[in-house]
Design a binder for this molecule. Structure first.
Ligand code: FE
Length: 208
């Protein structure tokens, strides 16, 4: 598999420049009493946790409810996701990796912070942190335990290293006892972390 991070690094350089500008604007607007930084943090958090990952949750719920869509997603995730009008930057391909009773999937970007923006929104801070990026590969079971997810030793963990060209979406296992639920109700059980693989979908819902 090719690990061409060239474009992503260009993007990140551009991004740091942008972040510096954003910081300067935020400082100026705060000094003038025009904005409250706490309010900005709240908005960013909303995109990170609530709004952003809802596209991905809808993809998962559809895959759970509709076997034909699940097949399509397995065959060509880029196409299947685009059919729901969730599209990313040009040239960005998606692959859906399905959790099974035997295998749990975990997504990382070891070199930078490649992330499926179109379905998950903004990446969480820990996803970009060097500790997660290095340890997810060396000790995935230990990392998952720190997230509160203890998997049986018999369950295999597959770690997928994202690149600028190929991003992964974990399709968690559908929780038992959810047979009668609608797609909207099912989507509410799918957290962002479950689609990165640091959690599983639970009947308790995406809030947990
Ligand atoms: Fe990356």
């Amino acid at each position: 598999m090719s690990h061409d991070h060239h474009h992503e690094h260009e993007h990140e350089n551009h991004y740091s420049d942008m972040q510096a500008r954003v910081k300067a604007l935020e400082t100026l607007l705060t000094a003038k009493g025009l904005i409250d930084p706490a309010a900005i943090d709240a908005i960013v958090e909303t995109y990170e946790i609530k709004i952003g990952p809802r596209n991905g949750a809808a993809v998962v719920a559809k895959a759970w409810s509709n076997p034909q869509f699940a097949e399509r997603l397995k065959r060509d995730a880029t196409e299947a996701i685009a059919s729901l009008s969730y599209t990313g930057r040009q040239g960005e391909h998606m692959r859906a990796v399905f959790n099974t009773p035997e295998t749990h999937n975990l997504v990382v970007c070891t070199l930078c912070s490649c992330y499926p923006w179109s379905v998950l929104g903004l990446p969480p801070v820990w996803y970009k942190a060097p500790a997660y990026r290095s340890r997810a590969v060396i000790d995935p079971r230990g990392v998952l335990a720190e997230f509160g997810l203890v998997l049986p030793d018999t369950k295999k963990i597959r770690v997928w290293d994202s690149t600028a060209e190929l991003r992964y979406l974990v399709i968690p296992e559908r929780p038992t006892g959810t047979d009668g639920l609608s797609e909207v109700e099912l989507a509410a059980l799918v957290s962002r972390d479950a689609m990165i693989g640091t959690a599983v979908a639970s009947p308790a819902g995406a809030r947990s």
